[in-house]
Design a protein around this ligand. Sequence first.
Ligand code: ATP
Ligand code: MG
Length: 183
Amino acid sequence: MKFQRLRLSGFKSFVDSTELRIERGLTGVVGPNGCGKSNLLEAIRWTMGESSARSLRGGGMEDVIFAGTTARPARDFAEVTLTLDNRARTAPVGLNEDDVLEVTRRIERGAGSAYRMNGRDVRAKDVGLLFADAATGAHSPALVSQGRIGAVIAAKPAERRAMLEEAAGIAGLHVRRKDAEQK
Ligand code: ATP
Ligand code: MG
């Protein structure tokens, strides 16, 4: 699964609509401390279903919404769209007709967050399964946040096992098993 484009609006420091194209090969983001580099990676993880505000360096999930500065008022929503290359047709049935798959997450103050895939409302679980099957979930070892290396070294055995399961691409199976057990 390849990322093609990231579009942000009102997410953390990205108050204005911002679009990044992710081309083939290596993409580097450079800039001074505090300019928002880590926020970009967090925007990707958030859209992929990250449910822990703390791992996005916030106290609550609404902390991802632009909080305002002396010059600009706060926003009341944040929206991020991640565009995936679907030419290999890895998207789930029903969303698989197009060459691209757009996954959008939006949060409004006081109203929680919602997901869309190619414009259609979907559940958080659907987004979770999409990425879990591709071994690229929000907790994928492919996404290494600042300070994460130390965390891997200090992880408890069960946590380390979860990381290995993500890396092995079997995390999706666990999500499905849990689902089946509940039924
Ligand atoms: P470093 O090089 O130090 O790692 P960085 O480029 O990774 O820096 P980030 O950590 O991505 O920088 O960005 C931090 C900036 O984002 C801070 O200036 C912080 O005030 C701003 N920020 C975070 N959350 C919000 C928010 N909800 N509203 C407005 N600004 C925010
Ligand atoms: Mg950083």
